[in-house]
Design a protein around this ligand. Structure first.
Ligand code: SAM
Length: 444
């Protein structure tokens, strides 16, 4: 070959937008395209942009293959660059055209580093030789560097995963996916938003359950709306005193995905004491009798998609109606740091329904949630106060149950709010919201 390398610039058109947004499929196809052409793959790095688009590169012994996709155009720009004669990049071209179901492709081959234009410099090559110790790698293994990213307007969270997607199905309500992350184990996402991971789910599930159960210790009937991962009912079913534990989850695929890939969280789905209903929680609460529940936990996702209706005054008024006179409503109430405007709006709504001094906010540190600072609300229909709880009983219970986050000190401390949160809750002023919100506020 009279050149150092062959560089094929490729444009694939009319590809399926789904495939152009499928980081796992794209990464696997690019690696396979290299191997099919006889290349030796060294590593691959792929990034899934939110809301859509994928970028990535496969480094091969013979140089690299790279791609960037625009799902909204069904388009992919691909670079196939090989050195030497051992690899035919056109084999990769044909492989990818098929793998991406491209309607058509256009390509141009450039010979890079035309030898007749190059002058070899005769300095001692030994100086260049990289003699640093290399980590022993299994023959044939490639280090894959595949990242899942949940990106919001101004902030993003990326988690490296194995590249293999354990679960991916579209339900009538949302896309349900499970990734095998390296740092947090298996991770459930809904419509690209992190719901829970094996390594930190206990924080959320212990705090949304044990704070109310320890403060409202005579509770007999509990209802969970949402919570299809099973973590909240797992914690509730630790309480023998509960005569009824009902879970109303709208999406059976969430339950299926967690039974398969987050078994520790889904462990109680077959518990005979659990009344598991797959239906819309809004319909359930609208049809529920007055004063039926001592505790209603709204374990919803974010106020988008099927969960949007779970953040409305109508819904909370129905919850209020279905609580016993001394009943308590607990919700995951988003993050004061992440989206302060939503946070303030939610609390204003609770206070209008339960009363100004009947609504309490408590915090927990959840690493895989946007900003890591998450909040829960404790709204009492009667006189129940979350800080009036039996500390010794809480300490005994936490120890006896081997809890990993909740204990009597955390219970009390969680209600000790930083000044910026107090300010958001007290004034809810636009000024405060703009001062503290990571996400753009309504006004910005
Ligand atoms: N911990 C998570 C969080 O804060 O992001 C939420 C966990 S849980 C997986 C949320 C569940 O609420 C999802 O499984 C979703 O399907 C369910 N959900 C959303 N809207 C619902 C509705 N209207 N009725 C019942 N369940 C609903």
């Amino acid at each position: 070959m009279n050149a150092l390398g062959r560089h094929i610039l490729v444009e694939f058109y009319d590809c399926s937008p789904e495939l152009m947004n499928d980081v796992v499929h794209i990464e696997n196809s690019m690696v396979a395209a290299a191997e099919t052409a006889g290349a030796t793959v060294i590593n691959s790095t792929f990034h899934h942009f939110s809301p859509y688009g994928v970028s990535g590169v496969v480094v091969i012994q013979e140089s690299h293959l790279a791609i960037h996709t625009w799902p909204e155009y069904g388009y992919a720009a691909v670079d196939l660059f090989t050195c030497g004669d051992s690899v035919d990049p056109w084999v990769s071209y044909s492989y990818l055209k098929e793998a991406f179901e491209a309607g058509h492709g256009s390509s141009m081959e450039l010979r890079r580093g035309q030898l007749n234009l190059l002058k070899r410099t005769d300095f001692n090559l030994e100086q260049l030789r990289d003699v640093s110790a290399k980590p022993q790698e299994e023959p044939g293994t490639i280090t894959r560097d595949v990242w899942f990213t949940e990106r919001d307007e101004n902030i993003a969270l990326s988690l490296k995963h194995t590249g293999d997607q354990l679960y991916k199905k579209d339900s009538p309500y949302q896309r349900v996916e499970v990734y095998e992350t390296l740092a947090y184990g298996n991770m459930l996402t809904l419509d690209g938003m992190v719901m829970c991971t094996q390594k930190d789910e206990y924080v959320y599930h212990e705090m949304i359950t044990h704070v109310p159960m320890m403060s409202h210790s005579k509770a007999k009937r509990a209802l969970v709306i949402g919570g299809g991962d099973g973590g909240t009912v797992r914690e509730l079913l630790r309480y023998e005193q509960l005569e009824e534990v009902t879970l109303v989850e709208i999406d059976e695929l969430v339950i299926e995905a967690c039974k398969l890939h987050l078994p520790e969280t889904a462990v109680s789905f077959d518990n005979p004491r659990l009344n598991l209903l797959v239906e819309d929680g809004i319909k359930y609460i609208n049809e529920c009798e007055d004063g039926r529940y001592d505790l209603i936990i709204v374990d919803s996702a974010d106020p988008v998609g099927p969960g949007e209706g779970l953040f409305t005054a109508e819904f909370y008024s129905q919850v209020y109606r279905c609580l016993t006179p001394d009943g308590v409503m607990i919700t995951q109430s988003e993050s004061p740091r992440f989206n302060s405007a939503v946070f303030v709006e939610i609390y204003d709504t609770y206070k209008k329904i339960f009363g100004q001094d009947k609504v309490h906010c408590y915090l927990a540190a959840i690493p895989t949630y946007p900003t890591g600072t998450w909040s829960f609300s404790y709204s009492s229909k009667g006189s129940s106060n979350p800080l009036q709880f039996d500390r010794e009983a809480a300490a005994r219970f936490s120890k006896a149950q081997g809890l990993k986050y909740y204990n009597e000190e955390i219970h009390a401390a969680a209600f000790a709010l930083p000044n910026f949160v107090k300010e958001l809750l007290a004034s809810g002023s636009q000024e405060a919201i703009e001062a503290y919100s990571a996400e753009p506020t309504n006004e910005q």
